[in-house]
Write a protein that binds this ligand. Structure first.
Ligand code: FES
Length: 482
């Protein structure tokens, strides 16, 4: 399942690290956050290298809907009520600055990446909520308004508009920008010890280290696994669905997202916690089918060109962690927890981390600090801890036995073997693949995801393909059956 971005951009290949090197800053992770951070640092005169386990932009960056906006759903009123107006102002100011910074970089570097300035909308059936949100956005200094008409076929009372946001092609952008930087691809980091990073091809001694790996893979210190969970959502690229002006997202869990790219309408939705359905039960699949059914209803003439899914890290207070990794690691920095807003959050990270590393005060740093205490975090940690315990203890319960020979082609299941449980998948041509179903991150039991043909961890969201290869962290290794 390849995103429309991967289908329409051939990324240049870069060399793997093959020797010992020294640098002022090493960025681990060559996605949008890592590349932008390296770019901002290099522009400030700081020698920086990027270490990417696979290909630049090959993780979540290729799966985004690539909306560049400071409108993160219906968030302004809520943010003010929970964290106060000062914190809300820091948040929107940093994100609006990020939108403008993308436009500036693309203009000044003359990057051909289908940039389009456009308005962003959050729609809802609740007119009072829309009015309140538009008022809150104005209080925070955003150019916002309540619009009664929208350009999408959604049942709603209108939308809150943020003017002059943007959308683009993320891989064309990252391909062009990373050409100016030192990026090592196929360079997985195996170990980080103080200021030394070890990879299969050589070590890096770095004055500062930035972890921009979607989900931080060092468990201690930081304990980010206990402070975030991961969610999945799905996107269809539709042809013959007409064209819309603006980027749209609905208010609420079941709402859909819309944006135009070239002749394609990108329709997104069906979010759920990784490994679980919306009600917290085992994920049984069907997300693509439900989204296709929405597409048929809204755009009966349309034709599907691509489908793909994205995975997002979510913090308890829904604000990213950007700043020092942990108090006892003064040279380590982190950028994670972007929810669905990876493009603007990546640029916020790059600008904040640049300032922190260069010793420049940034008035928006406090709201993103990973060391912040958040009252929402405690119940979330309890809940996530409960899920982790449930995932661990499930290993010892008996489950209905299903033998590999009973599986249908294309089906996966947990089966009893003489050595205990294993995950088994039968391909369309009847080949059987067997994997360990204990997550190598912290030991939860994996569940089968029939949509993606993957093994997903309900605890912190690691994913593996049916052959056992790692797809998403925080786990750092595959689940090959011994
Ligand atoms: Fe943490 Fe699986 S991702 S136990």
């Amino acid at each position: 399942m390849e995103s429309i971005w991967s289908k329409t951009c051939d990324m240049k290949k870069r060399q793997a690290l093959d020797r010992e090197i020294e640098t002022e800053v090493a960025v681990i992770g060559g996605g949008m956050a890592g590349i932008l951070t390296a770019y901002q640092l290099e522009r400030s005169g700081v020698r920086t290298v990027v270490l990417e386990a696979e290909r630049a932009g090959g993780g979540q960056t290729k799966n985004t809907t690539a909306k560049i906006t400071s409108q993160h759903g219906m968030f302004c009123r809520d943010f003010i009520e929970k964290k106060g107006k000062d914190a809300a102002r820091q948040y929107v100011r940093a994100n609006q600055a990020a939108v403008e910074e993308y436009k500036r970089i693309i203009r000044e570097e003359k990057i051909d990446c289908d940039l389009e300035e456009t308005d962003s909308y959050v729609y809802s059936q609740d007119g009072e909520r829309l009015k309140s949100e538009a008022g809150a956005a104005l209080e925070l200094g955003i150019e916002a308004s309540y619009e009664h008409q929208v350009d999408i076929p959604a049942v709603c009372a209108g939308a809150v508009k943020f003017a002059r946001q943007a959308q683009f092609h993320p891989l064309k952008f990252i391909d062009a920008l990373s050409g100016q930087l030192t990026v090592y691809e196929d360079t997985p980091v195996k170990e980080v010890e103080e200021n030394i990073i070890r990879t299969p091809g050589g070590s890096v001694r770095a004055g500062k280290i930035v972890f921009a790996t979607h989900f931080p893979f060092i468990n201690f210190p930081g304990m980010y696994f206990a402070r975030m969970h991961q969610e999945r959502s799905y996107v269809l690229a539709l042809e013959n669905a007409g064209t819309i002006n603006g980027m749209y997202i609905g208010d609420g869990e079941d709402a859909l997202s819309f944006r135009q790219f070239d002749r394609y309408l990108l329709l997104g939705g069906e979010g759920h916690r990784t490994g679980e359905d919306k009600e917290g039960g085992k994920y049984e699949g069907g997300s693509y089918e439900r989204l296709r059914s929405a597409a048929r209803e809204l755009y009966p003439q349309s034709r599907e060109t691509a489908c793909w899914s994205a995975q997002d890290c979510v913090t308890a207070d829904r604000v990213p962690f950007i700043g020092r990794y942990a108090s006892d690691r003064p040279d380590w920095f982190v950028a994670t927890g972007f929810q669905k807003w990876g493009m603007s959050s990546s640029m916020v990270s790059a600008m904040l981390l640049r300032d922190m590393i260069c010793g420049t005060e940034n008035p928006c740093a406090e709201v993103f600090a990973p060391s912040r205490f958040s009252a929402e975090e405690l119940p979330q940690i309890m809940k996530d801890g409960g899920k982790a315990v449930k995932g661990l203890t499930k290993r010892f319960f008996h489950i209905p036995e299903e033998t590999a020979s009973q599986l249908q082609p294309g089906q996966g299941a947990v089966v009893e073997t003489k050595n205990g449980k294993a995950g088994v998948y039968k391909t369309e041509d009847q080949k059987i693949y067997k994997v360990d179903i204990v997550c190598p991150h912290l030991g939860c039991e994996l569940t089968w995801n029939p949509d993606e043909k993957s093994w997903d961890c309900p605890c912190h969201g690691s994913r593996f393909d049916y052959k056992g290869n790692l797809l998403e962290g925080p786990a750092q290794e595959g689940i090959h059956y011994e």
